[in-house]
Design a protein around this ligand. Sequence first.
Ligand SMILES: C[S@@+](CC[C@H](N)C(=O)[O-])C[C@H]1O[C@@H](n2cnc3c(N)ncnc32)[C@H](O)[C@@H]1O
Length: 433
Amino acid sequence: MKKKYLVYMVQVHSNFRRAELESLADLYQLEIDFSSYRDDSPFFVVELEDDKAASDWIKRSILSRAIYEYWGEGDNLHELHESIRGQPFYEKYKSDNRTKTFKFEFESYRGSSKANRVKQIESFSYVEFQGKIDMKRPQEIFTVIEEYEPISDNLPGTVPIKLFFGRLIQCSDRAAVEKYDLKKRPYKGTTSFEAELSLVSANIAQVKPGSIMYDPFSGTGSFLCSGGHYGALVIGSDIDGRMIRGKGAQHNISTNFEMYGDSARFLNVLTMDFTHNALRRTLVIDTILCDPPYGIREGIKVLGAKNPERFIGKENVEIDGTKAFARRDYIPTKKPYSLDALLDDLLQYASERLPVGGRLAFWMPTANDENIETIVPLHSNLELRYNCVQEFNKWSRRLLVYINRGSEYSGNENIGQKRSQANFRDRYFSHFN
Ligand SMILES: C[S@@+](CC[C@H](N)C(=O)[O-])C[C@H]1O[C@@H](n2cnc3c(N)ncnc32)[C@H](O)[C@@H]1O
């Protein structure tokens, strides 16, 4: 028989939360009924097969805090106790935990209580815990989770409006947000992507241990760090060799991996224009996760010449007996390219290189213009599974996640069409006026 569990989630990035929970459930082949899930609540009660399923599901979640074996809930402490005593599994849970060492914890959402915690713990005496209290390494942690109604925007509540009680099964991976915090990262740049959402992106992209993840616009390597954290072997490339080389021997992508203890997962990074891709065609790429250029700091460029006729015959120019283009110091010419075309190339590449079922996830910027629909790129082999929006003031960016379904799929396609309304870079610098 399935058991009830309580997921306690964070109330940030709620546009991404369900996508993360669904993707992790799918990764561990867990069937979860999301019908009672609400974006505006940090609590989600679900039924699962056993504690292992609960633990698998939440252990790498970033937008959850923990999952608990559900014992009961109520609008006040009295109702909570009634609910615990009224559950069908109450006697079993009691006997399962009777002799274990334990401790009690309190979690509070949007408020804090002035109540005497010792007295509150004593009010659970009917559960007859006979094991020793161990504050350092208890076998079990029992948690009272309280929800409050804040008195005002700045004033947290003091009397809980809802209480849950449960046995802690698994804490989430939120500690990784601290570990990968950009403030503590030795090598980073203006394009580095914040830790929390890059870890969430890796979860929604279902980056798997032992698989190969590729970031074709890797810059300072933010997504490579997230992929490595979840056990993938990561490869990155970027057209800008300065990003790839970093800032000397002690500050580069490789030394970041060393600091995180993930060096074994770092395959390498190379300087390469994505549209002239040199990764061999037989290399299996399980996941593509990236943040393509928005064209904000520089316009989007690819290898090539804007006016190719100016270069006719120049391929024969030699310096010190070596063809100029074959020298190490040769800087190839670049030509402007559009975001639409680059994203078309990315979708086409994913459809050719990912295995069926493999995911492509990338971030796309959009201006928040009224009455103008955002047109998301579509490819006939790729199912658009998620479109999660992060709103800023005048613009937003969205994480688009596709699953490669193969050539049989015949989904909608808009490759080759002009989708962007106006040059995002110009609009960004004119503050979208
Ligand atoms: C938004 S940034 C990504 C930053 C990256 N996520 C990081 O952690 O720093 C886009 C990157 O794409 C690179 N880029 C632009 N055009 C490219 C191209 N044609 N091929 C490969 N990389 C390109 C830029 O140099 C830039 O580093």
